[in-house]
Ligand binder design. Structure first.
Ligand code: DAK
Length: 261
């Protein structure tokens, strides 16, 4: 595995934990962090052994406090477009990788940090987590897919309210509006996210990849087209050894031994 300047990467069994590690800047996303995240996601996508990703923030205070305001402050529109493109590409890769990606939000998830969490399949938060899209306070808007992913995650009215007021919400409110799936104490956060990713890793890998593909792509399709995609994906799995193994194991009352084939 490569080494990174702004990330810590550790495999815990089948689950890769990526820690964004610039705690002095509250893990703010500059071009280097986004490039390194993209690299590790691409490296993971071709790994046979990694079956889940967990993203978290280094230090006590933040998941990611946003895009790096210092490096953005002098950007012209062309540079801003390139930076936004880099962030969007990362979000698309996190959505396209055929394994679960869980954000373990351990503090501030603001601006680009909230957008990064939204690009994950789902979010677990600690009781100390705070979410917000404060870009309007800086005279800009979310640029890493936040407006659209927030809309799809929590609905139009709440997305508009969060993106227009720039206000922060706490973990309990984030849970209430469906932005996060679960809230636990900080000490249990990483362990809880890794445990869920490990459970998912024991399922048929091809089936997990199809669940992810059908739900992510279906969100952007008509119901008819999305249902057709589901039907085709369901049928395609009957050509896999994993389907034979999963069903044979059920009938033999034993655990399935999936090979991802
Ligand atoms: N960028 C750079 N440095 C940051 C930062 C950030 N987003 N957030 C915090 N820091 C730095 C602080 O400057 C400070 O550094 P020093 O002064 O010690 O050198 C250090 O982290 C600790 O922060 P504080 O001293 O402020 O800590 P507090 O506990 O007092 O406050 C805070 C924590 C999170 C409430 C506060 O730091 C804060 O409000 N931070 C900014 C949050 C924010 O506005 N985030 C959104 C950033 S805008 C786009 C692409 C993307 C985006 C937009 C457009 N395109 C290219 C189109 C996305 C934009 C954003 O994410």
């Amino acid at each position: 595995m490569s080494t990174y300047e702004t990330l810590l990467v550790e495999d815990r069994g089948p689950v890769r934990v990526i820690t964004i590690n610039r705690p002095k800047a509250l893990n703010a996303l500059n071009a280097q962090v986004v490039a390194e995240l993209t690299e590790v996601v691409e490296e993971t996508a071709i790994s046979d052994s990694v079956r889940g990703l967990v993203l978290t923030g280094g230090g006590e205070k933040a998941f990611v406090a946003g895009a790096d305001i210092k490096s953005m402050s002098d950007m012209n529109p062309g540079e801003a477009l390139a930076f936004a493109g880099q962030g969007h590409a990362l979000g698309e890769e996190l959505n396209a990788i055929g394994i679960p990606v869980i954000a373990a939000v351990n503090g501030f998830a603001l601006g680009g940090g909230c957008e990064l969490a939204l690009a994950c399949d789902f979010i677990y938060a600690s009781t100390t987590a705070r979410f917000g899209q404060p870009e309007v306070k800086l005279g800009v808007i979310p640029g890493f897919g936040g407006t659209q992913r927030m809309l799809r995650r929590v609905g139009m009215a709440r997305a508009l309210e969060l993106c227009m007021t720039g206000e922060m919400i706490d973990a309990a409110e984030a849970l209430r509006i469906g932005l996060v799936n679960k809230v636990v104490e900080n000490e249990q956060l990483l362990e809880t996210a890794v445990k869920t990713a490990t459970t998912i890793a024991s399922m048929g890998p091809l089936a997990i990849a199809k669940v992810k593909e059908v739900i992510h792509e279906g969100a952007n399709k008509s119901l008819d087209d999305a249902n057709l995609q589901e039907q085709t994906a369901f049928a395609s799995l009957f050509a896999s050894a994993d389907q034979k193994e999963g069903m044979a194991a059920f009938m033999a009352k034993r655990a399935a031994d999936f090979k991802g084939q």
